[in-house]
Design a protein around this ligand. Sequence first.
Ligand code: KG4
Ligand code: ZN
Length: 359
Amino acid sequence: MNGERLVLGFESSCDETGVALVALRDHGLPVLLAHALYSQIEMHQAYGGVVPELASRDHIRRILPLTDQVLQASGRSTAALDVVAFTRGPGLAGALLVGAGVACALGAALKRPVLGVHHLEGHLLSPFLSADPPEFPFVALLVSGGHTQLMRVDGVGRYTLLGETIDDAAGEAFDKSAKLLGLGYPGGAALSALAASGDPASHKMPRPLLHSANLDFSFSGLKTAVMLRARKLALERDCAVGDLPQPILADLAASTQSAIVEVLVSKALAALAGTGLKRLVVAGGVGANRLLREQLNVECARRQMRVHYPELGLCTDNGAMIAMAAAMRLQSNAQSASTIYAFDVKPRWPLTEIQVTEC
Ligand code: KG4
Ligand code: ZN
């Protein structure tokens, strides 16, 4: 490989439209040149969750202006692009089709190859965009709105599943609890902000599978516990849950957050101990959680282990992680880009199905 190759990446798997340009050079990690993001959260908030059809239509509206924005910010033209990457799955089928369709149309028009990326691989490799990138091998704690997994990562495309949730994801536990407390959608960040003024020991919330022998998680019981506790408190005051006094809601939020975080920290440490690895990578939206970061920092430092995170702004969905994952797959020869523009998307797609040789 000679000089620089430019990889444009599209993310459209759910409710964020992301576009980014990454430069792949002969040596060193790929470098992010520019990225642009549009979050649809405000639009979906009125419905209490993501409306797939509205999401697809909005991706169509945003994706080209965001692409122009990225090209302008990086001072590059479409003619300079070498590869066009997109999120192939998992995610909402209609939303994925927008990114895949635009990427493949652009690739075909420019006669440039395209590359479909696994959304979770994007999250997993997003800490390589940070000022403190990890080195392989490491344990990855993937905590997003739809997934909670512990993986052993030996290199790009070399992923071994160590454990995962058997029901709700950690982000889902945050979101569902937040909704119960009247904090809107998606409520992870709001619940965490409210928890800052609450007492985490005020309510004893369940810590599912905390002491199980394996590395699996279960969060569905937690939301039921939060619901029952909140309803009891509301009944005592003869009011709706959302109308409970702020300090009471803050105590509930803090107790809920501390239960989720304790389980995540404990299982991540068990995965490090079990694999003998000394490095942990945390990725996905819940990786933005302050308490989780604080506790992992303390526990890992105590064990002389390193913990790496994506930049705060790149924890939730974005185009930079997709362009980066594509560039790293190309760089490590895990995948080559394709000039077949008849695309498909994979709404359900286990990360462990990605083979190093898959094209
Ligand atoms: O990775 P992501 O953008 O989407 C998926 O791929 O699913 O993650 C979104 C999830 C949501 O559940 C959101 O509530 C959660 O990340 N989240 C947080 C925080 N910021 C986002 N959860 C807890 N604390 C936060 N600060
Ligand atoms: Zn995501």
